[in-house]
Design a binder for this molecule. Structure first.
Ligand SMILES: Nc1ncnc2c1ncn2[C@@H]1O[C@H](COP(=O)(O)OP(=O)(O)O)[C@@H](O)[C@H]1O
Ligand SMILES: [Mg+2]
Length: 325
């Protein structure tokens, strides 16, 4: 079987409005294999959520527009599918966990009703079997008193419990791919650790491919098998976990690493990255990182850097890499 579960090629997405357009993804490439946690990391506004919405077929069109590219899932290009076909894949083949459970659950239906409805719809289970399966997945998600949770409304659960309920719902149909978009950002540190452990366990138990989205490299370091860094809608560096941290190549990745507490060496100060992520309505020409890059030279202001492979699955897009290696 082809280990590549999801293959995003050259995805280009913009949001077009009469007054202005935002170029959210500009030739995005990403692959995810079964049984792998691939982390997508970048500052706020870099295109992470648009990527996940693209995979789920949930980019609002208009104003959204897919200008180019393919999202190949198990051999089928999702960008060409009808909404009806996408509905069969969403939830069944691809599960999704969001940062904000509140936006995901219907506030007027009990948690159980929502999970059971999904199991009946996607797997054709009768109600009794669906309830049993919902309970077992609430258990898998580490929920205590699952039966009570089943009979609760979303607002009756704490933040951590809601997150676990959403994970249970995302995985209850055994999806091949799980997308988790900043799943721990709203949680305190203890809960964050528990949810990360749960996601690691789920990967092992169900051999899922997982796209783990975060703006926090410290968290990603604890969970990812491979890391890709997105900047202004393009991947600037991608590598397996160890190579990523031991042989970091891109100046932006290096700057991100200097800005996380766990990368701090004794006596070394934590550094914020100067400047801001470019606005998707106003992306600098050439390498979009050049206004913030200490190594930038004329070519960086003029030409978009090609993505170069350095072997062992390590790629980066920077004109100056050989110059400063
Ligand atoms: N519905 C929309 N209409 C217009 N612009 C959008 C829309 N959704 C996202 N964008 C723009 O796309 C860019 C990437 O957004 P997003 O993927 O949400 O970033 P993040 O990496 O923080 O998840 C941002 O500049 C954002 O303003
Ligand atoms: Mg986001």
């Amino acid at each position: 079987m082809d280990p590549v579960l999801l293959d995003i090629q050259n995805l280009d997405v913009s949001f077009v409005k009469p007054e202005k357009s935002a170029h959210a993804l500009r030739g995005m490439d990403l692959t995810i294999e079964s049984g792998e946690i691939h982390a997508l990391v970048g500052e706020s506004g870099s295109g992470k959520t648009v990527t996940s919405m693209g995979i789920m077929g949930l980019i609002p069109m208009p104003p959204g527009r897919i200008n180019a590219g393919r999202i190949v899932f198990k051999g089928t290009d999702l960008t060409g599918l009808s909404q009806a076909k996408m509905r069969k894949i969403r939830g069944r083949q691809i599960g999704m966990v969001f940062q904000e459970p509140a936006r995901y659950f219907n506030p007027s239906l009990k948690i159980g009703e929502q999970i059971v409805e999904m199991l009946m719809l996607h797997l054709g289970l009768d109600k009794k079997k669906a309830i049993d399966q919902a309970l077992s997945f609430l258990d898998v998600a580490g929920m205590v008193r699952s039966r009570r949770v089943l009979n609760s409304y979303p607002h009756e659960l704490s933040g951590g419990m809601k997150q676990r309920a959403m994970i249970a719902m995302a995985i209850c149909c055994h999806p091949a791919l799980l997308i988790a978009d900043e799943p721990t950002t709203a949680l305190d540190v203890t809960l964050q650790r528990q949810i990360l452990q749960l996601i690691r366990d789920l990967k092992k138990q169900f051999d899922m491919g997982i796209l783990f989205i975060s703006h926090n490299l410290g968290i990603v370091r604890e969970i990812a098998d491979r890391i890709s860094v997105i900047y202004a809608g393009r991947i600037v560096e991608s590598a397996p976990l160890n190579a990523f941290f031991d042989h970091t190549r891109h100046p932006y990745t290096r700057a991100l690493l200097r800005s996380i507490p766990s990368a701090k060496k004794r006596g070394q100060r934590l550094q914020a990255i100067s400047g801001q992520v470019p606005d998707a309505e106003n992306i600098p020409p050439g390498c979009s990182f050049h206004p913030r890059c200490r190594q930038a030279e004329t070519v960086c202001r003029r030409e978009m850097p090609p993505t170069i492979s350095y072997g062992n699955g390590h790629q980066a897009a920077c004109h100056m890499i050989d110059a400063h290696e």
